[in-house]
Design a protein around this ligand. Structure first.
Ligand SMILES: NC(=O)c1ccc[n+]([C@@H]2O[C@H](COP(=O)([O-])OP(=O)(O)OC[C@H]3O[C@@H](n4cnc5c(N)ncnc54)[C@H](O)[C@@H]3O)[C@@H](O)[C@H]2O)c1
Length: 442
């Protein structure tokens, strides 16, 4: 065993500021209140229901993760947020129609108390949306200052010890890294010059880091994946991470593809299509926003299958992803996958998947875990990119020069080993030769 790392205690309130009180945001808030009241179980949440093995299998130690690491208690979370619509979280949850009326009404008072602050929003970055609850300011610098004030005010008014900002807002148009993103100085000059290479999501992330607040990116937007955010967050020991919550079809992909590779089954093609009818689907109907999502969804297979290492198996496959906005389905997305694989001697096979999923039901526990584990990382002094939280993202961010890991099972091992490392427990390698005496002397 090694020395446990120093982690500040988890006492006091944690302010959770959600950018975008839509389907995911309200399902996170309502769900957390329902769990707090004992009215539902936090299914899908590793921090709430997951266990972790410690030591040798013979020791029989497998505590709940929340009893092993010092996580903030659900009762200590205080939710707030921003949205371009002025609806309180109760009204927004009703409109999102993810949860039943019975569930939403059971936490009506808590949801009604959450009224979104005015958002920083510009239509050119999310073409299919517009709303009235938006800040005005002379330039991006002024808007950033208003967000900084929002965060500080919320923290003081709710007696929060610590804060976390989580982006659950819409997918912005595809953006690429530009010179303005190089350094903190160039970025601040860009804010003052109202540079269009700075989308709203970056203004929120800037305000978060400026106030020492960790930033979680649940959408595929570029946001913190630029040099100055990496450097600044590492230097000031503020966690950043992303991007794009791993749910639905991509979750399935990162479960299945490692299995194909493990058994050396080849791949000719993977065609994925979805129908969904929520606001996210409507936003993604715009080609600019879809391109951001498409890049995120496409990146997964290559990194898992490693075509350069296995050219005979994965050197030449077709990967297509489609999202179709189809209002009748609301948040209950249907995702089809057709997978063309080949086996022994090259014989072809097919797999068909029809996943009738609920997007926000899959995303909410991911968002909750991220809030709690990010707060843990901050208390442990782990600033900058949190690669160990890749488990939760479609497009995990890693240090420059490293290939991000997409295999869900490697990601889980990494996450749990990080927790063991923080707490001074032995890392688990699954070797186990000691039980069989193969190499014993004499
Ligand atoms: N649901 C999932 O499974 C899932 C998975 C991965 C990623 N995501 C991403 O999470 C995000 C939220 O998804 P959703 O289904 O809740 O969408 P949604 O449309 O229901 O909610 C997004 C909310 O963000 C608000 N918004 C947009 N721009 C804003 C801004 N600049 N400031 C403040 N609020 C803003 C919108 O008004 C809306 O209420 C999307 O980007 C989506 O792509 C969702």
């Amino acid at each position: 065993m090694s020395q446990a790392k120093k982690i500040a205690d988890a006492n006091g309130n944690v302010g959770v500021l959600i950018v975008g009180l839509g389907a995911v945001g309200t399902t996170l808030v309502a769900g957390t209140h329902l769990v707090r009241k004992g009215l539902a179980k936090p299914i899908g949440s590793l921090t709430q229901m997951g266990t972790i093995r410690l030591g040798k299998r013979t020791e029989g130690r497998h505590p709940l993760i929340k009893e092993f690491v010092p996580l903030a208690d659900l009762d200590s979370l205080v939710f707030g947020g921003w949205d371009i619509f002025g609806d309180n979280a109760y009204q927004a949850a009703k409109k999102a129609a993810v949860l039943s009326n019975e569930h939403v009404d059971a936490v009506k008072e808590e949801l009604e108390a959450l009224k979104p602050m005015k958002a920083v929003f510009k239509r050119e970055y999310v073409k299919k949306l517009d709303g009235p609850n938006v800040k005005s300011g002379a330039d991006r610098w002024e808007l950033a200052r208003q967000l900084v004030d929002d965060i500080e005010r919320f923290k003081a008014e709710n007696s929060c010890e610590r804060m976390v900002v989580i982006w659950c807002a819409s997918t912005e148009v595809f953006m690429e890294e530009k010179p303005v993103h190089a350094t903190l100085d160039s970025f601040e000059a860009g804010l003052k010059a109202d540079d269009p290479d700075i989308p709203p999501s970056m203004i929120y992330a800037y305000a978060a880091l400026k106030t020492g607040t960790p930033f979680i990116n649940g959408a595929p937007n570029l946001t913190v994946e630029v040099p100055f955010m990496r450097e600044w967050s590492a230097r000031t020991k503020v966690p950043i991470m992303g991007k794009d919550f791993k749910t639905g079809q991509t979750l399935m992909k990162t479960i299945l593809a490692p299995g194909f590779k493990a058994r050396l089954l080849g791949l000719n093609g993977w065609f994925s299509t979805n129908i969904l009818g929520n606001r996210d689907g409507e936003v993604l109907d715009d080609p600019g926003s879809f391109k951001t999502k498409e890049e995120s969804k496409l990146s997964v297979l290559d990194t898992i299958l490693q075509p350069d290492v296995y050219p005979d198996l994965y050197g030449d496959y077709t990967h297509k992803v489609r999202i179709n906005y189809y209002p009748p389905r609301g948040d209950n997305k249907e995702g089809w996958d057709n997978i063309d694989i080949f086996g022994w001697l090259g014989y072809k096979m097919q797999i068909k998947i029809d996943f009738l999923c609920r997007d926000s039901i899959l995303a909410a526990p991911v968002a909750l875990d991220l809030v709690l584990l990010t707060d843990l990382a901050a208390r442990a002094g782990m600033g900058g990119i949190q690669e160990w939280l890749s488990f939760y993202f479609k497009s995990p961010i890693a240090a420059p020069g490293l290939n991000p890991e997409h295999d869900l099972f490697i990601q889980l091992t990494k996450l749990k080993n990080t927790l063991r490392y923080l707490m001074g427990e032995d890392l688990i390698t699954h070797l186990g030769v000691e039980y069989y005496g193969y190499f014993d002397e004499g």
